[in-house]
Design a protein around this ligand. Structure first.
Ligand SMILES: Nc1ncnc2c1ncn2[C@@H]1O[C@H](COP(=O)(O)OP(=O)(O)OP(=O)(O)O)[C@@H](O)[C@H]1O
Ligand SMILES: [Mg+2]
Length: 286
C-alpha cells in the first residue's frame, strides 16, 4: 500500500508496489511491526486517526484503552483482516520487518501467514481432532509439510503453546472436548504451526479463568523469544505483567481513536506523562 492522503477516505483498491528500500531481516529471524499514520473507517465513520506505532522485534507490545477506541480495528489492520469488512477502508502503511505488508508483491494469504492472530473467544474447529486443528492452517495458507514432518510440527507447536503434556495421549480427540483455556492454547498452537513472524492477540484471556490466564501469560513470555507479540487487554495487571511496551488508545466523545501515549510499560504505569493515561491505568475511567 502506498502512503495515502489521510484527508480523504480511501477505498481499499488494488495494492500498489512498495518503493521503500527493503532492510535486511533481523539476524535473529525476529521481525518488527510498524504502523505509520494509520487511519481507518467503516463507511464514513472514522474510527482511527493517524495512529503510528513501532512494535519492536522480540517484544510484547500491549494495546490498552476503553471499549470502542479502535484497538481491535488497529490489530486487524496489522494482518490485513480489516479489509474483509465490505465497508472498511484505511490509510497509512504497515511494515513487517521494514517491508510493506500491503505491497502488490505480497499475497494476502502470505501477509496473514506471517502475522497470525488469536481471538478473544477460542475458535478451534470443534469436531476436528486436536492434531488436525494444529495443522489446519497449513492447507489454508499453502504451507507444505511432509507427512513425516507433521508429527514433529504438531509436538513442537503444542509444546510451545504449553499444551503438549496435557494432550499428547489424546491427539485424535476432538478439539471441542478441551477446556476453554486448553482450546485457547490449541488456537495458539494452530497459529504457530505456519511459523508466523508476529502474533496478534485480541483479549486472549478475557473468557478464561485465572489459572488458564496465568498459563497463557507464561506461554506469551516463552514465545516472545521467537515471535513478536501484540496483545490487546482490558486487564491492567496483565498488561503490566506481560508487556515490554504499552500504547494507550483513546477516542474521546465520538472522535476517532488516537494513541495518547506509548512507551516502556513500566514508565506508562509508574510515570505516565499524560493525566488521561494515569487515570486509565489506575482504573479511574474506562
Ligand atoms: N464491522 C464493523 N462495522 C462497523 N463499525 C465497526 C465495526 N467494527 C468496529 N466498528 C466500530 O469501530 C469502532 C472501534 O471498534 P473496535 O472494535 O476497534 O474497538 P475496541 O477498542 O477493540 O473495543 P473493545 O475494547 O470493546 O473491544 C467502534 O466505534 C465500533 O463501533
Ligand atoms: Mg476489541
Amino acid at each position: 500500500m502506498t502512503q495515502l492522503d489521510d484527508s480523504t477516505m480511501v477505498d481499499l483498491g488494488p495494492p500498489v508496489a512498495a518503493t521503500a528500500p527493503v532492510p535486511r531481516p533481523d539476524a535473529s529471524g525476529l521481525a518488527s511491526l510498524e504502523a505509520r499514520s494509520i487511519s481507518a473507517w467503516f463507511g464514513d465513520h472514522k474510527v482511527l486517526d493517524r495512529v503510528s506505532l513501532n512494535m519492536p522485534a522480540g517484544k510484547v507490545t500491549a494495546l490498552i484503552g476503553p471499549s470502542g477506541c479502535g484497538k481491535s480495528t488497529f490489530l486487524r489492520i496489522l494482518n490485513r483482516m480489516h479489509e474483509l469488512v465490505p465497508s472498511a477502508s484505511l490509510a497509512g502503511e504497515v511494515l513487517l520487518d521494514g517491508r510493506d505488508l500491503y505491497s502488490a508483491e505480497r499475497r494476502i494469504t502470505d501477509a496473514r501467514r506471517q502475522v497470525g492472530m488469536v481471538f478473544q473467544k477460542p475458535n478451534p474447529f470443534p469436531a476436528m481432532s486436536i492434531y488436525d486443528n494444529v495443522v489446519a492452517g497449513l492447507k489454508l495458507t499453502g504451507v507444505k509439510v511432509s507427512r513425516g514432518d507433521r508429527d514433529d510440527l504438531v509436538e513442537e507447536t503444542l509444546t510451545k503453546a504449553g499444551l503438549w503434556k496435557e494432550v499428547r495421549d489424546r491427539l485424535r480427540q476432538p478439539g471441542g472436548a478441551l477446556s476453554g483455556g486448553q482450546q485457547q492454547r490449541l488456537c495458539i498452537a494452530r497459529s504457530l504451526a505456519v511459523r508466523p513472524r508476529a502474533l496478534l492477540m485480541d483479549e486472549p484471556c478475557s473468557a478464561l479463568d485465572p489459572t488458564s490466564t496465568r498459563r497463557i501469560e507464561e506461554t506469551i513470555a516463552e514465545l516472545v523469544h521467537e515471535v513478536t507479540i501484540v496483545i490487546v487487554t482490558h486487564n491492567m495487571q496483565q498488561a503490566a505483567r506481560v508487556s515490554h511496551l504499552c500504547a494507550f488508545f483513546l477516542a474521546s466523545q465520538g472522535t476517532p481513536g488516537v494513541i495518547v501515549e506509548h512507551g516502556p510499560t513500566s514508565a506508562m504505569f509508574d510515570h505516565p506523562r499524560d493525566p488521561r493515561t494515569s487515570d486509565y491505568v489506575h482504573g479511574r475511567f474506562g
